[in-house]
Design a protein around this ligand. Sequence first.
Ligand SMILES: Cc1ncc(COP(=O)(O)O)c(C=O)c1O
Length: 415
Amino acid sequence: MDIFEKIVNRMGPLGQYYAQGHGYYLFPKLEGEISNRMIFRGKERLVWSLNNYLGLANHPEVRKADAEAAARYGLAHQMGARMMSGQTEYHEQFEREIADFMGKEAAYLLNYGYQGMVSIIQSLVDRKDVIVYDSEAHACIIDGMQLHFGKRFVYPHNNMQNLEKELQRATKITNQTGGGILVITEGVYGMAGDLGNLREIVKLKKQYNFRLLVDDAHGFGTMGATGQGTGEFLGVQDEIDLCFGTFAKAFAGIGGFIASRKDVITYLMYNLRSQVYAKSLPIAMTIGALKRLEILRNEPQHKEKLWIIVNALQKGLKEQGFNIGKTESPVTPVYFTGGPGEATRITYELREKHNIFCSIVVYPVVPKGIIMLRLIPTAVHTLEDVKETINAFADIKEKLDAGKYTGEGIKAMTA
Ligand SMILES: Cc1ncc(COP(=O)(O)O)c(C=O)c1O
C-alpha cells in the first residue's frame, strides 16, 4: 500500500470533515485586529472564538513591548537551544518572576506549550513508573504518554472513585518495580470549561504516594484571586507538584512554562528534549512575556472585566434554557443534540444571519450525537455583545426545537 494513497483516502478523524467544512467551519479566516469584532468573509462579526481572555492581544503596552523588542532583537535572537547558545538574562528573569507569581521555587520556559508538555511527561517517568490520568486529558498529555514505556491507567473524567481504584492498581505495580506514580489532570478543561477535581485529588495524597502534574492552559491568568490558576481558585496551589501554563491563551502570545521545586526544574532543564534539542524562545517573545506578567500583576481590571462578561453570558444562556454543562470557568460550551448536519446549519445561521462567530465542536472531540458550540468570553467583549448573542441564540433555539435544522448540512463555501 502506498502511504500517500492510504492517507488521502482516510483523511483522519478531523480530516473527514474537510470536504464539508474547509475554509468555513474549519480553517476559517478571521481578519482585522484581534478583538470582539473581526472580519469573516468580508463582513464584521461578533467573535467568541479566541482565547484572548484578558484582552492582552491588543493591550497597547503589550503591542509596544512586542514591537520594540522585535525591532531591537529581531526574531532570530538567540540562535540555538538554551543549553548551547540560547540562554539570556531575559529568559532567566522571566523564570524567576513566573516562579514567584505561581508560588513555586523555580520555573522553566517552554517554547511551545504542547511540545513542552510532551517532553515534561517523557522526562518525569521511566518504565518502572505508572501514569494515572483523566480520560479527557488534552492531546498534548496523550502524546506525552505515548512516549512512556511503563503502565498508564486512565480514570473516567473527574471520577474520584475510579481514580482511587487506579491509584491502588498503580501502587501495587510500583511496590514491585520500585517506581513512582504521576497523576495528570487539567485545571480548566478547555472544551467543557469544568474544573479538574483538584481538591479531591490532593486529598488522596494522604493515602497514596504520587506527584501531581496540572495542565492549566485555560486557568492560568483567568482563575484564582491573582490569576495563578485553578489551584489558587480551589485553594490547593501548594499541593500541585508541577504547574504547567501556556502563553497561548490569557497571555495572548506563544510559549509556556512549567513551575515546580528548584531541583526538579534543574532536572527538567537538562532533560526536556523539546527544549534541549530545539531553538530557545526568541528573546523578543520573552520580553513580551515579561510585559504580560507585569500587566497580570498590576492590572486586575482585565480579569474583573472578563468575569463580568463570563457571568452575564453564562447566566443569560441558562435563563434562555440552554445547556451549558458544568462550566466553572470562562469557557462556555452550549450543547445541542444532533449530528454534523444540524451543527453546520446552526453555525451557518449564527454566522450569516446574526453575524456571530463561534466555534463548532463535533465528534470525535465530543461524543457522537452531541453538538457543542464553544464561546470564549474575553475582557474586550461588552455587555451589549452578550445581549446580542443571547438574542441570537434564543432565535436559533426556537428553530432547533421546531426541528428546522434537521437534514443535510450546509456545505462549506470557500469560494
Ligand atoms: C489544555 C491545553 N494544554 C496545552 C495546550 C498547548 O499549548 P500551546 O498552544 O502553547 O502549544 C493547549 C492549547 O493550546 C491546551 O488547551
